[in-house]
Design a protein. Structure first.
Lengths: 260, 260
């Protein structure tokens, strides 16, 4: 008998204020069913153990936890996932997940939570190899409703949301970055598919300059930061219009989108 | 002075149980801040007025509405958006939005809600032309946190969530559909980008047969339905494995994904 088929992998979204000074109550961004389900989980696979503990603590402030935080088992994602991504090479997360399942079952727990630092695990964040392994081992996979910066940025961009792609980070090398920007623009113009990408704060300015200098003037360019937070900034305009406006605040992680 | 710059367009996510017999409390899927903000809105632009009223009613059951439902102003999206999409031809939603802003301001309201039948407005649903017009008119655009079937399906698929595309519906014509399936598979294999698409229940079986007969055996194929609902089904396997399994329940709208 395969015990693992009794187990369940629950995808727990985290608030988007990771690393921010001011944090809203977790009830502002997570629905009640998400909070209640998460409050029962005692075994976790996390992108980052520290941020996972912070989320559990915030959940515990509004809903009694099954076990005190100190007794939760938190295992960080395998080193290989952090370094190379979920699906690089022949990485198989099954042995890792099987060990987590066994440990949970030994403690009488059938539910394992998967959580990343911010937003939905396995979307623009690591974790999909764990989800794939869960399917392969016959676990039920349950995604809980919560915030996603990509989704909020796309909805608020005014760009085509009926055909879109998320392409991750653009190249760091200046020449390669411009080449990639032009390829994404060409694809958007040819197919109408909105192209979303993300950037870390210290490269926002360089990326912004590259976008304004290499995109065509009638291309739409959207930028969003602080999504779901009080300091949210979401702006969308043609490149021609952007050239007469202030650049977006470069101090925050951004979701950007180009399209027609 | 442009009055519209005082106004705000608020993107209100709707529960995913549109048209379902059993409905969970709205607090299960919408966070408190979403419910509180939505309860203040009295002027709406909706994909469907009837489903908009149903959501307002459910919000009113858990949070006092600023105005009774009967006094809300609900305007359906322009006919052109329903028929041709948001960005077809030279459609400009500014006059439509300006009329809605004027009506709201005449009633002392600065907030306008945009809502679709299920999930996030303007994502896999109409409404992005209204958002674009809001940016052009200088409105603040505020997206509220809520459920999205695409996002839940992607997270739970175990497929690459760090590069993915949503391509809408596949062609209805059998030959064109197979051609499109093969093109999406080739793209996924070449770039590693997960390809998501949706289908309506009465075409699920035909699409499923086309997928199993035309995809390569080592391609991953995921199917999700009933997301965020008690009867959720989320399964992911290689095409080779799917050939030994029962086809997914064809009675519900599905999100499907192919990838490597």
């Amino acid at each position: 008998m395969n015990n693992s088929t009794q187990s369940k992998l629950i995808l727990v979204p985290a608030p988007l204020d990771f690393g921010c000074e001011a944090q809203a109550p977790i009830t502002d961004v997570l629905p009640l069913a998400t909070i209640q389900t998460a409050s029962r989980i005692t075994h976790w696979i996390a992108e980052n153990a520290k941020s996972c503990r912070a989320v559990i603590k915030r959940i515990g402030e509004v809903q009694s936890l099954t076990l005190p935080l100190q007794q939760h088992s938190i295992t960080e994602l395998p080193r290989q996932v952090h370094k190379k991504g979920d699906h690089a090479g022949a990485f198989d997360a099954k042995p890792f997940l099987q060990a987590a399942i066994k440990q949970a079952l030994d403690n009488g727990a059938q539910e394992i939570g998967l959580i990343s630092e911010a937003g939905m695990p396995a979307v623009a964040d690591p974790g999909s190899s764990i989800v794939r392994a869960a399917h392969a081992l016959g676990l039920t996979v349950q995604p809980l409703v919560g915030p996603s910066s990509l989704l909020l940025a796309l909805a608020a961009s005014g760009q085509n949301g009926q055909s879109f792609a998320f392409v991750g980070y653009l190249p760091i090398d200046a020449a390669e970055r411009i080449q990639r920007i032009r390829a994404l623009e060409a694809l958007a113009k040819k197919t109408g598919q909105t192209q979303l990408f993300i950037e870390v704060p210290h490269r926002n300015s360089a990326l912004w300059q590259a976008l304004l200098s290499s995109l065509q003037s009638n291309t739409y360019l959207s930028v969003a930061s602080g999504l779901s937070l009080p300091n949210a900034q979401i702006r969308s305009a043609t490149v021609a219009d952007w050239k007469h406006r202030a650049a977006p605040d470069a101090a925050l992680p951004c979701v950007m989108a180009i399209g027609v």
